[in-house]
Design a protein around this ligand. Structure first.
Ligand SMILES: Nc1ncnc2c1ncn2[C@@H]1O[C@H](COP(=O)(O)OP(=O)(O)OP(=O)(O)O)[C@@H](O)[C@H]1O
Ligand SMILES: [Mg+2]
Length: 161
């Protein structure tokens, strides 16, 4: 499978939000963005930027889905925002209809995506976030599959990284 990697450094929540917005303007039908990183690395911040890029009305996406597993938003494409922090086993994913979400034309952003194990689609943009210091985050992006590679190329061209 075609893959591509890229690193982006963010020096503030605003920069992360902006990078998310760039991602959100370039996602296409069926894009899957998997987010991984410790508590408070900026996964939700990035997801909010993606929602913004998808023209989801701002008042709708201020809340994190931590307590509900999944939130659905109407933007230029439909967006599912999942937070798997509290799942105990992958069987719980069946209950929320994850297969339908992932095989649809909708965009899916998944926090704690590593908890999905093999259930994570092979074609996705995987974003591994680490904390460098209080304000600085390292985003390690790995695109797998042609449409994710294309997405990453469009974003890095625009982001100037
Ligand atoms: N460069 C940065 N990018 C994003 N967030 C940053 C950055 N620097 C500092 N922060 C802070 O880190 C926190 C990130 O919170 P956020 O809820 O996005 O993390 P999260 O990874 O979703 O956490 P959780 O695992 O609890 O869901 C915020 O308090 C934000 O202000
Ligand atoms: Mg979060």
């Amino acid at each position: 499978m075609n893959t591509r990697e890229h690193h982006i450094i963010s020096r503030s929540p605003e920069e992360t939000l902006h990078f998310g917005e760039v991602l959100g303007t370039h996602v296409t039908k069926g894009s899957v963005i998997a987010l991984s990183g410790e508590l408070g690395t900026g996964k939700t911040c990035l997801a909010q930027g993606i929602a913004k890029g998808l023209r989801v009305p701002e008042h709708l996406y201020v809340t994190s889905p931590s307590y509900v597993l999944v939130n659905e938003y109407a933007g230029s494409l439909r967006l599912f925002h999942l937070d798997l922090y509290r799942i105990d086993n992958v069987a719980q994913l069946d209950d929320i209809g994850i297969d339908e979400m992932l095989s649809s034309d909708d965009v899916t952003v998944i926090e704690w995506a590593e908890k999905m194990g093999d259930a994570l689609p092979e074609e996705r943009l995987f974003v591994s976030i680490s904390i460098i210091d209080e304000q600085t985050r390292d985003f390690h992006l790995t695109a797998s599959g042609q449409s994710a590679v294309d997405l990453l190329e469009r974003c890095s061209a625009e982001y100037g990284a």
